[in-house]
Design a protein around this ligand. Structure first.
Ligand SMILES: NC(=O)c1ccc[n+]([C@@H]2O[C@H](COP(=O)([O-])OP(=O)(O)OC[C@H]3O[C@@H](n4cnc5c(N)ncnc54)[C@H](O)[C@@H]3O)[C@@H](O)[C@H]2O)c1
Length: 341
């Protein structure tokens, strides 16, 4: 089977996890890295065990005909330009979240990807975690019955102890509590409840702790979602908390409930409703990129690419829908009014 050659844009924290995960799929390898900092090609080739060309200019890397896929791990405010340039160069695209910092820029990425007919994956890799693969299977097999309520919340204090803090605190860098990181939780909520969101109402605030004072935007938001199907949902994004990372998941259906890795299945005779039953999968419980399920996501992407198919679960359609809801939520928080979608 052909191994795809991948060129990475940006060589920061996320890129280091991407390279290990891409190479570990066995279906692709990173053969070029473009960073605004000048990198040592020899040292990188020795480190990753194959020849890696280095660039400081994105256009120069995109001219390399041997590169099949471009993986954009640059800062959020460069995502649109880098993804559009990659599409115009005819490269398939892996793009880190957020897709872009405005809905207009997300639509520009969509137009470029569609025009170039290239394949696209957005890093909403939580969909490929053991937790959400198992959770989705429980839903799809009807074990919880018909879901009518769900809340998926993101609690992760992104303070000065993170390398991204200096740029993430800026409105033009991190964007909002949802765009910065809570987008993973909102995206997971749409995975579980469906993407037929009709209306959102959101409120935002921020911690009084001086640790989070440098932020130029509200670092806690809570969004209520009304679905066309009648379901309701809630997503809190709290990036200014002082507590362990917690990806809180509660789903309620006509046949039972799920809380993180615990269930009560009312339809199964003999289960004790007074106690949760524990499931065995590992939880999404770390903000460290080394712990993220990138490898499973990239494995699916390169498998789909080899088969000439679109990316399952985290493709263009899902990326656009989740971002449309995120921008509507941020608009609601800014205007104090519900936003219809
Ligand atoms: N999916 C996740 O869970 C997850 C986790 C961490 C980061 N991220 C995302 O990954 C992206 C990068 O975050 P990070 O923490 O690695 O940031 P970082 O600051 O560590 O790295 C960003 C890199 O991009 C490079 N860069 C910027 N402009 C460039 C240009 N014009 N040409 C070439 N290189 C350029 C910088 O030199 C830097 O090395 C962000 O969008 C962030 O939101 C996602």
């Amino acid at each position: 089977m052909k191994q795809f050659n991948v060129g990475i844009i940006g060589y920061g924290w996320a890129a280091t996890a991407h390279i290990a995960a891409i190479n570990a799929t066995g279906k692709a390898r990173v053969t070029a890295i473009c960073s605004s900092r000048k990198l040592d090609a020899q040292a990188l080739s020795a480190q990753y065990g194959n020849s890696i060309a280095t660039y400081t200019d994105v256009k120069a890397m995109l001219k390399d005909p041997s590169i099949d896929v471009v993986d954009v791990t640059s800062h959020p405010w460069k995502h649109k330009d880098h993804a559009v340039a990659a599409a115009r160069a005819g490269k398939h695209i892996i793009l880190e979240k957020p897709m872009a910092l405005s809905w207009k820029d997300c639509k520009a990425v969509e137009a470029a990807v569609k025009k170039a007919k290239v394949k696209f994956a957005l890093c909403f890799e939580c969909r490929y975690s053991a937790q959400f693969i198992a959770t989705k299977a429980l839903i799809d097999q009807g074990l919880l019955g018909d879901l009518h309520y769900g809340e998926i919340d993101y609690y992760h204090g992104i303070g000065p102890w993170y390398g991204q803090f200096p740029w993430n605190v800026k409105k033009s860098g991190g964007g909002s509590a949802l765009l910065s990181a809570g987008c993973h939780a909102l995206d997971a909520l749409l995975l579980c409840l469906g993407d037929d969101v009709a209306e959102v109402t959101s409120y935002a605030t921020g911690s009084k702790s001086k640790i989070f004072k440098p932020y130029q935007y509200d670092t806690t938001s809570v969004t209520i979602l009304k679905f066309k199907s009648g379901k309701v949902g809630k997503c809190a994004s709290v990036i200014d908390c002082l507590q362990p990372y917690y990806f809180h998941t509660q789903l309620v259906g006509s046949n039972g409930s799920l809380l993180d890795n615990k269930v009560h299945l009312h339809g199964i005779a003999g289960m004790n409703k007074a106690k949760w039953s524990q499931l065995s999968f590992g939880l999404v419980d770390s903000g460290d990129v080394a712990d993220h399920p990138y490898q499973s996501q990239f494995d699916a992407f390169f498998g789909a690419l080899a088969a000439g198919k679109d990316m399952p679960l985290t493709g263009l359609k899902e990326a656009l829908r989740s971002h449309e809801v995120i921008f509507a939520a941020d608009k609601s928080a800014a205007t104090g009014k519900p936003v219809r979608i």
